[in-house]
Design a protein around this ligand. Structure first.
Ligand SMILES: Cc1cc2nc3c(=O)[nH]c(=O)nc-3n(C[C@H](O)[C@H](O)[C@H](O)COP(=O)(O)OP(=O)(O)OC[C@H]3O[C@@H](n4cnc5c(N)ncnc54)[C@H](O)[C@@H]3O)c2cc1C
Length: 386
């Protein structure tokens, strides 16, 4: 029987553990924190915020895998009236519909964007500079970078298409991603996976193959390998609870600069006490910017879309997610160029900044399945359908 050690009990680590255990391996997971989930943890208490994922994209590889195992649980659908309250800021004013030029980039006839060119140059050729800028900024909702137009056109276009699909790909587990994590942990437990929390690993074990399912910076320290780097975004997160007011926007996308605010209680009332709404602003900032710059942009959007919000605040929290929002690919690079899953000597990487396809947490999922398939000498397809 194969024995496998998994370091990290986030989405990647749990995916690796379940996949390996389903194939008959004896798995041990070590998680440094006292609870599982990593960035997919949902805060406890009256305001059920999520640091990381809210949306589970149903076009992704993890969706089918989770669904087949009944791990998604109840979803919180967006009521149609709320969905109609999506607003876009363009040229400083709020609008309901995207600029026509942006739509040109979504036509089925638009061919696959090139890897080697930046998105802004490529998209300008199709939609003009204004449409290209608006599209780049919209795509920030799925890539969290301060300058999406400067990234690889292929990388940005994939995210733009997924984030604008109709019907929308984004689905929301009721109660936040913690409910998915809890179900995954129960599945792992039932398969005989040994899970140790409050168990930070400082030295890699050498008696079993190891899946290092931590963030890339943590893997760099653990493996003592300075080459483990890849660009990512820096995003200011503003969590707010507001007293309910009829007519608030459901979400606001900034087409003038990257930024997104979403009222998550629109679809999931369980996230805040009755009479209050829970919002998160996600504003990517550049290398020369500080938290206050992101907060100022978030507040401008709030002023436009959430009337009287300052007088309605009942709770507020600010944070900067630095390198925690997944990989971004610069022109000339794709996911294949990121740090490889197989590090040699029985060590494998899983996480959202390594060489695997997908959007955001899908990279963690795909790399985890790849790591286990390499260890067990089975195909990823075979393991997914175990
Ligand atoms: C603001 C924001 C919004 C996002 N929105 C979305 C979204 O809507 N949809 C989506 O799909 N994705 C989203 N993501 C991305 C998603 O959160 C991540 O891709 C995913 O959660 C990463 O999971 P992971 O298991 O790879 O890493 P992590 O969640 O970081 O898990 C790593 C785990 O390893 C543990 N660990 C680290 N070092 C050690 C050690 N030495 N020993 C033991 N344990 C260790 C950590 O405690 C942690 O639990 C978002 C991220 C952010 C920050």
């Amino acid at each position: 029987m194969h024995r496998i050690t998994v370091v990290g009990g986030g989405f990647a680590g749990l995916t690796a553990a379940i996949t390996a255990a389903e194939a008959g391996a004896k798995v041990t997971v070590y998680e440094a924190h006292h609870t599982l989930g990593g960035r997919a943890r949902t805060a406890e208490g009256p305001y059920r915020t999520n640091e990381g994922p809210h949306a589970l994209y149903n076009g992704g590889p993890h969706w089918i895998w989770l669904k087949q195992r009944d791990l998604i649980g109840p979803l919180a659908p967006i009521p149609p009236l709320e969905a109609a309250r999506l607003r876009l800021r363009h040229h400083g004013v709020l609008r309901r519909t995207p600029p026509f030029a942006l739509l040109k980039l979504l036509r089925p006839s638009v061919r696959q964007a090139p890897v080697d060119t930046d998105f802004l140059s490529w998209a300008t050729g199709i939609a003009g500079e204004e449409g290209a800028r608006a599209a780049a900024n919209y795509s920030a909702v799925a890539l969290f970078h301060h300058d999406p137009g400067a990234l690889s056109a292929a990388f940005v276009q994939e995210r733009l298409r997924r984030a604008t699909k109709l019907p929308p790909e984004a689905h929301y587990p009721r109660g936040g991603w913690a409910s998915v994590i809890d179900r995954m942990a129960a599945r792992a437990w039932n398969l005989g996976v040994r899970i140790e929390t409050l168990a930070r690993v400082d030295t890699l074990p050498t008696d079993t193959p190891v899946v290092v399912a931590t963030s890339l910076p943590a893997a760099r320290r653990l493996l003592g390998d300075d080459s483990l780097t890849w660009p990512g975004g820096r995003t200011v997160l503003l969590d707010l609870a507001l007293r309910t007011r009829r007519g608030d926007a459901f979400a606001v996308s900034d087409l003038d600069a990257p930024g997104w605010i979403e009222r998550f209680t629109a679809q999931d009332r369980t996230l805040a006490p009755a009479g209050e709404q829970l919002l998160q602003g996600q504003i990517p900032i550049g290398p020369g910017e500080v938290r206050a710059d992101g907060l100022a942009r978030a507040e401008e959007l709030l002023d436009l879309a959430f009337e009287g919000w300052r007088e309605r605040v009942t709770w507020r929290r600010e944070a900067v997610a630095d390198g925690r929002t997944g990989a971004v690919d610069l022109p000339g690079s794709s996911w294949r160029d990121r740090p490889s899953v197989d590090r040699g000597d029985g060590v494998y990487l899983a996480g959202d900044q390594v060489a695997a396809p997908g959007v955001l947490s899908e990279v963690s999922f795909n790399s985890a399945v790849t790591a286990v398939s390499l260890i067990l000498g089975r195909t990823a397809l075979d393991l997914k359908h175990a």
